[in-house]
Ligand binder design. Sequence first.
Ligand code: NAP
Length: 295
Amino acid sequence: MPAKIISGIETAKAIRAEIAAEIASLRERFGLIPGLVTILVGQDPASESYVAAKNKTAHALGIHSEQVTLTADTREVELLRIVGEYNRNPAIHGILVQLPLPRHINEAKVLFAIDPAKDVDGFHPVNVGKMMLGEPCFLPCTPHGILELLQRSGVETSGAEVVVVGRSNIVGKPIANLMLQKRPGGNATVTICHTRTRDMNYHTRRADILIVAAGVAKMIKADQVKDGVVIIDVGVNRIGQAASGKAILAGDVDFDDVVGKAAAITPVPGGVGPMTITMLMKNTLQAAKQAAGIA
Ligand code: NAP
């Protein structure tokens, strides 16, 4: 049977419609408008396009969005001052500092300065700790998006062998933790692989669900997976330029090679990517409701 394509575009569309409807209702009933600020330091083209996409989506869903663009030589103290200002601004419920930051700025210091109640990226240690404990919190957007994709595609995670390739703080570690939680959408047996893993193929071939977030184009081939595997490809790698000038993107999985063996697979682009921005909007809505005391 051909692999089911798990479309992030379609799933994101459905979730965005739910978010837009809830925002419209909040505005009507309480006059509440969720507010998001994105802070960009420097001129990294990928970061610029991510921030533009976030603002465009926020606007389309009825979220008030502001963008602060700072030069690459902005001092850390100035960035901290701006974060502090938005922490105190009641019209802003979510603060996103686009990563990576220039080298002279201590990333952790800036992320820790964001009010955890406005930490819609879910990177503050308070939210990371709550996530570990299974307490309600802002989940990091990409892992949150993966959970939604699996759940809405009807993939059973309970008892499944889940193998995660990559151990970053923004994808690998949190998605492994979330798949382990004792609740629906979790309850998996989780293995995490990284560059020091002795025999990665041994692990990937056992996976019922394989989640790859390594940042290496097309690294996972058909001989590294078993028949019937569900594959979530998080990787976004620019591997060239089309005649149109647009970047050609590839995932961490060799889609054409593995598609014949997989039961289901996310494409790149159009898989995890659209979900990440959608979950940012969902977190911003959640932050606004919490600030207003609406359950
Ligand atoms: P990262 O911080 O660079 O981490 C990569 C991880 O993969 C590291 O833990 C690394 O191991 C591991 N790794 C790299 N090469 C490997 C190999 N050959 N074998 C086994 N493990 C390997 O990357 P990230 O931020 O997690 O992002 C990963 C990918 O996802 C990137 O392509 C990124 O662009 C993409 N991404 C997409 C979205 C989205 O919304 N679609 C969001 C975030 C990230 P070590 O720890 O041992 O170095």
